[in-house]
Design a protein. Structure first.
Length: 75
């Protein structure tokens, strides 16, 4: 988890929200949906990125709330 922002990651049969570089989760939730909602709120407040990982640990979704993204997006 080297990318700056909030990461939604699997944690056993639950889902955790973790800040990049943090050793502990800021919260653990029963469903991925709950974890995503909380992580999205944090990312908006801190103007960072949101990374949603799948059960395999790979990033499957990403949103930016930094406000500095190019519009329209490149590529």
């Amino acid at each position: 988890m080297s990318k700056k922002g909030q990461h939604v990651v699997p944690n056993g049969d639950k889902w955790s929200v973790r800040r990049s570089g943090a050793s502990r989760a800021s919260g653990t939730y029963s469903t991925q949906k709950e974890a995503i909602e909380r992580a999205r709120d944090i990312a908006r407040n801190q103007q960072t990125e949101l990374y949603v990982h799948g059960r395999d640990g790979r990033i499957r979704e990403r949103d930016s709330y930094s406000g500095s993204d190019p519009f329209p997006p490149k590529g």
